[in-house]
Write a protein that binds this ligand. Structure first.
Ligand code: ADP
Ligand code: ASP
Ligand code: MG
Length: 411
């Protein structure tokens, strides 16, 4: 017997039949004697539809009203699931972010959870209700509705599990766990039994959208065990937990890709102190995150500087950088949105040499040109032409023998 937070993603609640399927699963968990809080996403495709509606009204909708619109998908699913549970004779109650007081900062569209008021939820639980909570949304200190960024229901679930001291947070999705790479593009992808918080954090932040990055940060910080599994089968899932001894045996545990970035190059930047600071300050002030940065060797006191930003920030970033380039007497500014970042991740890289050269050799064999490189202790990322993304993922997956039996046995 324990206390479990279960989160069901968009595909898992995508139709009425699937919502009824979720109701049966929740009822089963309950009948096994567990306490349960359910977190739901909007129906698959609904959040995209809502975003398009907001943009159909205005090219740049205000951030506050945008969140009012895009947060509504979850209100529908939590109501529907509660009705389905009631129909089965269970006592259920849906709750929105503001009713529960999931308090966030005021960064509309990518708000961070600051605190969850657990008094209400504990009170309702003690009355015997199954609580069905809207994922992805919160409320700021002024009472405005906020959203947590795409995929944010994962974060709602893990944050709730942390706040309530749950024994487990289950993330139900449309695949059976965390794989060595996206099973949607690599048939050979292999499900992992376990993955450490740190590796999962890298995988998520490098594009494996199976968990939102921030949800893994929460899980790590509060040591919440997270089980990723399918809502359609009873297959064993993947446990995201603290690193343990067997995990280190594998050199590379996953391959990820991210097609959501764009590259900006500033040519002939005067090579003197303070110039990089000048270029990047306006981006920081505009809330634009810069990811990879490469600066070339200086020639005749000038250098080229290239960096990547999220695709959604590209236009704004280009305009800002063009302005600064003029001020600092740099040359042209060139942009490229046809790029992808492909990465390999593995805690075992710390103790294995030659991982980078194997990655580069693999790309060379396939004629894939590397435009940028960045590394940390447990990952290597390369920016390449977007048209080679799937190929790059598959050949790396193969080169590091991620689909092979021998590796599976080590896990
Ligand atoms: P949900 O709507 O349930 O939150 P998401 O679409 O956000 O589901 O995340 C699940 C998807 O993540 C899978 O369908 C899969 O295509 C993708 N994915 C990418 N990388 C991985 C990976 N390494 N392991 C599992 N799934 C992955
Ligand atoms: N419905 C939101 C989205 O599509 C949140 C989520 O699914 O986690 O991004
Ligand atoms: Mg998701």
């Amino acid at each position: 017997m324990g206390f479990i937070v279960q989160k069901y993603g968009g595909t898992s609640v995508g139709t009425i039949e699937r919502i009824k399927n979720v109701a049966r699963r929740v009822a089963r968990t309950r009948s096994e004697g567990h306490g349960v809080v359910v977190v739901l996403s909007a129906m698959a495709g609904e959040t995209d539809r809502l975003i398009n509606l907001a943009h159909a009204v205005s090219e740049s909708p205000s951030a506050r009203e945008y969140d009012v619109v895009v947060s509504t998908g979850e209100q529908v699913t939590i109501g529907l699931l509660s009705i389905a549970l009631e129909d089965m004779g269970l006592r259920a109650k849906s709750l929105l972010g503001h009713q529960l007081r999931i308090v966030t900062d005021s960064r509309f569209g990518s708000a961070r959870i600051e605190r969850i008021d657990t008094a209400r939820i504990k009170d309702e639980l003690s009355k015997g209700f199954i609580l069905v909570v809207a994922g992805f949304q919160g409320v700021d200190k002024e009472g405005n509705i906020t959203t947590l960024g795409r995929g944010g229901s994962d974060t709602t679930a893990v944050a709730l599990a942390a706040a309530l001291g749950a024994d487990l947070c289950e993330i139900y999705t449309d695949v059976e766990g965390v794989y060595t790479t996206d099973p949607g593009i690599c048939a050979d992808a292999r499900k992992l039994k376990k993955i450490s918080y740190d590796e999962m954090l890298e995988m998520a932040s490098l594009g494996a959208k199976v968990l939102q990055t921030r949800s893994v940060e929460f899980a790590k910080k509060y040591a919440v065990p997270v089980m990723v599994k399918s809502s359609f089968t009873d297959a064993e899932g993947t446990l995201v937990c603290k690193e343990d001894a067997d995990m280190e045996k594998v050199m590379v545990s996953g391959v990820t890709y991210n097609k959501n970035e764009a590259k900006i190059s500033v040519l002939r930047v005067p090579d003197r102190p303070g110039v990089a600071a000048k270029l990047f300050r306006p981006l920081t002030e505009a809330g634009i995150n810069v990811d990879m940065i490469v600066q070339n060797i200086s020639h005749d006191a000038h250098t080229d500087l290239t960096f990547t930003v999220a695709r959604g920030d590209y236009k704004k970033a280009m305009a800002l950088v063009k302005g600064t380039a003029k001020d600092i007497a740099a040359g042209d500014v060139a942009g490229d949105t046809n790029i992808a970042k492909v990465s390999i991740v593995g805690a075992g890289m710390r103790s294995h040499a030659g991982v980078a050269s194997m990655m580069f050799d693999t790309f060379a064999r396939e004629g894939i040109n590397i435009q940028m490189i960045s590394t940390t202790e447990i990952k290597i990322s390369c920016v390449i032409d977007v048209k080679y993304t799937e190929l790059a993922v598959r050949v790396l997956h193969d080169a590091f023998a991620l689909g092979k039996e021998e590796v599976a046995e080590e896990r």
